[in-house]
Each structure stands twice: as C-alpha cells, then as structure tokens.
Design a protein around this ligand. Sequence first.
Ligand SMILES: Cc1ncc(COP(=O)(O)O)c(C=O)c1O
Length: 378
Amino acid sequence: MKTALEDIPTPCYVVDEAALEKNLRVLDSVQRRTGCKIIMALKGFAMFSVFPLIREYLHGVTASSLDEAQLGFREFGGEVHVFAPAYRESEFDELLGYTHHLVFNSFSQWNRYKGWVARSGRNIACGMRVNPEHSEVSVPLYDPCGPFSRLGVTRANFEADNLQGLSGLHFHTLCELNADSLARTLPVFEEKFGEFLQGMQWVNFGGGHHITRQDYDVDLLCRLIDDFKRRYPVEVYLEPGEAIALNTGVLVASVLDIVHNGMDIAILDTSAAAHMPDVLEMPYRPEIDGAGKPGDYPYTYRLGGMTCLAGDIIGDYSFSEPLSVGSRIVLLDMAHYTMVKNNTFNGVRLPSIAIRDRSGAVRVIRQFGYEDYRNRLS
Ligand SMILES: Cc1ncc(COP(=O)(O)O)c(C=O)c1O
C-alpha cells in the first residue's frame, strides 16, 4: 500500500530511505578515507527491511545478545561481532554459529569460554573489552567509564599473561559525542593498553561516535584513525548505532483528546513510556515538526501519552494553530533506540513501521496487533 505521510494510520514510525542513504554515504566516506571498517550496532537500530540498503555500505553488525546475533547473521550477513557483559553457557554454542568476532568483558569469561571457541573449530576472532576509565559522557546512565563500571577490564585487572588466543581489543566509552571526545580518549587507551597491541590484529573503538550529525568533525575522526593506524598496524573498527539512523525517521501520532488542568493538555495515541522510552530515560525533549518551545507560538500544550503513567509526558510545545482531536503530531528523529526498545506497557499497541521511498511514497511494512501483546505473556 502506497500512501502519503498525512494518510498513514497512527502511531507509525516512518523511516526515510534517502536520509538513511545520506548517512551511509558519510559513514562510507570515513571507511574509504581511512580503511577502517564500520559495523552497525543492532541495539540502536535493527529495522531489517532496510538492511539490504545498509549492507551496500557497511561491513556487518555488532550484536549484544544471541537474538541480535541471529538477526544479524540471517538478515544482514557480513561480519557479525558480538559483545555482551557476560555470556550464558546454555546459549554459547548457538552463539558461536552466528559469530565472527567475539568480545569478552572479563578474563574470567575468557577463561570459561576459550576452550569452547577452540573446540568449535570455527575461525572466530576473540577480543577483550577494556575500560580506559576516562569519562567523556556526562549522564551517568550512559557512561561506561564511571566509578565501579562493570563494562570492560580496567588496567589494574588486565591479565597481560593471558592474551594467548586474543586478537583484538575493544573499548566503548562514548555516547552521542564528537571526534574531540575520541581525541581525548585515544591517548588514555594507548597509555594503558597500547603495549598489548603488539601482535594483535584489530581494535574496536566502540560506538557513540555521532558521525552523521551536522557539526561532527569527520576530518578529525579520519586523522585520528590514520594516526592510530600509523602507530599500530591493526584493523580499526567503529560500531555506531545511532549515527546510522540519526535523523532518518519520524514517529507520526494523532491527538485523541484535549483536557485542561492549569494548562491545555493533548493526549496522543502514542506514549513516551512505551514508544520512545529514551525521552523518559535520558531524559530529553524530542523536536516536533512545526512546533516550538512554550510561548514561541500562540498555542501551548503539554503532550502526554496514552498510558496511565502520570509521567508519560513528552513535553510542553507551542503551535501556530490550535490542536484538535485528529491533529497530527510528527515527532522528529525517532528511528534509533525506539523500535528496538519499545514495549507494550498498558497493552498499548506498538506503532506500525513504514518506509518512505525516494519518490516520497510511504509504505506501511508492519502493523502490530493483539497477538504481539499476548505473545509476550503467558
Ligand atoms: C558496546 C557498544 N557498542 C556500540 C554501541 C552503540 O552506540 P551508539 O548507538 O551510541 O553509537 C553501544 C551503545 O550502548 C555499546 O554499548
């Protein structure tokens, strides 16, 4: 079914192929200039209908679980990297069947599983995640280098005599950050772990590189990778999630009712808690097409979700025209960390998923129903 954006059933995520390809071209320019490999973090974006397009540019995916690894293996192809804070014995053999690069979070996990990897007879590149203990992220929820972090081996716990069989190191320290953050991280990583790169084949600089953001310093990123590769003759991987899908999709919602309690409040057919959980978790205020901050335009509303959670609030926005039942609200930049994180709290139905192709036509490719809610319960 081909329709225009104004006619789709709401709520609906709509991902724009042209915007996605624009991001992929920027990422590919980094690959071409530096020879690094960029893989997509499925935790941020896993809309498999657009994997064929992404595969034209990126080398593979990185997964955080057995199911993500299986999705990457079956639907994306290319290299499947996996990192998880800990692996389960009951899943490990199956996981090995999907994996090309396997990153461990501790030497105890490495000791537990290195025999399994060897016995599998598969050519799997194993690596260790390290924690340079250098914080660039100001929000503690997203800082893997904060005090008592469980993510990555610190220098004090690094077992220099237990590297046999490991071919690479991995660090992930950034979140929505520019290349200057990487520039400050790399010297700390090198000072603490550079000596162990002798004889290793690859280093993974993790995700959190906001490469496709307008003000991102791509030249600096390329210089940093080039210089690093001059110092260490290794393959460099980047594994962003957000940068692939940044500004490529919207969530279209409709107003269901307008109530008044000290201010005008519009209740939408979507939910911050269920359909855009980062709005509450991060927290942040999503941009809305044609809307401003309270008072920017004559009609200000609090936009709330359709769950019973008192705090299911998207934010306060102003509009040039009054809202009424049926008005459409287009929430911007809703492709990443939404579909992969949403939930059916209150039994609220998941938003449909649509693609806008290069002609501007919108095709709804997935709709959800009662069975999707029921299948998560027993
Ligand atoms: C290990 C690892 N790699 C990659 C990513 C992707 O990060 P982003 O989507 O911010 O680029 C994350 C995000 O949490 C991560 O934990």
